[in-house]
Design a protein around this ligand. Structure first.
Ligand code: NAD
Ligand code: UFG
Length: 339
């Protein structure tokens, strides 16, 4: 079976994808520098899969560290998760974000080209669509200049990979634009473990639920939506992981640039999420209304039809699965991965 290099494989989405790759019969190799993850995830992956997943400690910006992996293994495809992802931090540290995300991806693509590995799957984001003119978003919706350095790095890497594919037509470049990943593996052994105070809604909700934080601030209740709060397309991380397996199954060695939205197609408001979460924990989750957060788009949800038609993939898990699994992970690991 094919060997898949998973950069950022110790992270939130990467670790869940590693599990689904093993289940599907692929042989993943993890490459990570633990800048936003912990080594403890490796033992958890062993527990879930029963396999020792090969691991390389390294940084995608360091060519020799990447070359070593390609020299020691025949890599059939790369799924590229490694990157920095905090919108607010990217505004304060733009050069660090361009260095890690853009230079790191460029180094990875150079090594792939030079070592003859032609299958590249990239973690892009719905952020490339900016403030949508209309929803749902299709893959043909316009890509706009991003409103933060993080978003711009996603656009830049998309373009860079597309240009490489033009220059090397036998490359298979797959750009997966994720909507809002939430949830955790049903075992409760792996999940999202942000450092410091979470920026994103679901980890904030789970940390309030276990008493690590006192209440949720809902950023804005005067948006032009039915309940005044912003709307997003939350997708269970295991469904998202399976989207990568579907992409590998269908697109490995299929030259071209392949672009897919990975979302459910359903938009939920922040209040919908708070209510669903309150149901999962059996009491109302403490929350307050706060001013709008700068840079938030009003609503963002996918038209996921193309992924279903081409890849046979669609998200199957419900909002109840997402809240229950997120809560289960946090309950079992109130302080996240402890090293
Ligand atoms: P994460 O931070 O949990 O995982 C990223 C992993 O990459 C971490 O384990 C980190 O240690 C590693 N890493 C970072 N820089 C590295 C480097 N230079 N060299 C080697 N390893 C490095 O994030 P995630 O939520 O799993 O996201 C994975 C990818 O998906 C990222 O590229 C992110 O931008 C993208 N994405 C995430 C979301 C989201 O909401 N979680 C949405 C859209 C796109
Ligand atoms: N929210 C709150 N309170 C919080 C956290 C979030 O009310 O404490 C609200 C936000 O205002 C937003 C919604 O919950 O309306 C979702 O916010 P997230 O931060 O969870 O997600 P975003 O849609 O803002 O951001 C996500 C990814 C980014 C990516 C962006 C666009 O985290 O990486 O989608 O694709 F850039």
């Amino acid at each position: 079976m094919a060997t898949i290099l998973v950069t950022g494989g110790a992270g939130y989405i990467g670790s869940h994808t590693v599990v689904e790759l093993v289940k599907a019969g692929y042989e993943p190799i993890i490459f990570d520098n633990f800048s936003n993850s912990k080594p403890a995830v490796l033992a958890r992956l062993h527990k879930i899969t029963g396999k020792n997943i090969p691991f390389y400690s390294g940084d995608i910006r360091v060519r020799e560290q990447l070359e070593k992996v390609f020299d020691e293994n025949k890599i059939d495809a790369v799924i590229h998760f490694a990157g920095l992802k905090a919108v607010g931090e990217s505004v304060k540290k733009p050069l660090e974000y361009y260095d890690n995300n853009v230079n790191g991806s460029r180094t990875l693509l150079m090594v792939m080209r030079d070592k003859g590995c032609k299958n590249f799957i990239f973690s892009s984001s719905a952020t490339v669509y900016g403030e949508p003119d209309s929803v749902p978003l299709t893959e043909n919706s316009p890509v706009k200049r991003a409103n933060c350095p993080y978003g711009q790095t996603k656009i830049d890497v998309e373009y860079m990979a597309e240009e490489l594919q033009k220059a090397c037509p036998d490359f298979s470049v797959t750009l997966l634009r994720y909507f809002n990943p939430v949830g955790a593996h049903e075992s409760g052994l792996i999940g999202e473990d942000p450092r410091g105070i979470p920026n994103n809604l679901m980890p904030y909700l789970t940390q309030v639920a276990v008493g690590r934080l006192p209440y949720l601030n809902i950023f804005g209740n005067d948006y032009p939506t039915p309940d005044g709060t912003c709307i997003r397309d939350y997708i269970h991380v295991v469904d998202l992981a399976l989207g990568h397996v579907a992409a590998l199954n269908k697109l490995m060695n299929v030259p071209g640039v392949h672009i897919y939205n990975l979302g459910t197609g359903i938009g939920y408001s922040v209040l919908d999420m708070v209510n669903a979460f309150s149901k999962a924990i059996g009491h109302e989750l403490p929350h307050k209304f706060a001013p709008r957060r700068a840079g938030d788009v009003v609503q963002c949800y996918a038209d996921p039809k193309k992924a279903f038609e081409d890849l046979g993939w669609k998200a199957l898990k419900t909002l109840e699965d997402m809240t229950a699994d997120s809560y289960n992970w946090q309950k079992n690991n109130p302080q996240g991965y402890e090293d």
